[in-house]
Write a protein that binds this ligand. Structure first.
Ligand code: SF4
Ligand code: SF4
Length: 81
């Protein structure tokens, strides 16, 4: 399964919880910017997100939206005619 996320940079309070729980280790904290509230926000920093949504579930401020690649339609068995 492949996926991606979008983190609301202005809502993030830099608690790092999402970076700690991501099983793919693709999240990190910004080191070059602060948001308007003065926090270094989390970022998707590498490829490999599966769309598992663990980060979105743990985020206490509901900053993370998860997108998953749609499952491919399953085909039934071929029927000879
Ligand atoms: S959806 Fe899963 S794999 Fe993707 S960044 Fe969040 S915790 Fe990591
Ligand atoms: S868990 Fe939420 S508030 Fe905490 S660093 Fe991640 S995105 Fe920001």
């Amino acid at each position: 399964m492949t996926g991606t996320i979008v983190i609301d940079q202005e809502r993030c309070k830099g608690c790092q919880l999402c970076t700690l729980v991501c099983p793919q280790h693709v999240l990190s904290m910004a080191t070059d910017t602060l948001n308007a509230r003065g926090y270094a926000p989390a970022r998707l920093a590498a490829a490999g997100c599966t769309g598992c949504a663990v980060c979105a579930i743990i985020c206490p401020d509901v900053c993370i939206t998860v997108y998953r690649e749609p499952a491919r339609a399953r085909r039934g068995p071929e029927v000879a005619s």
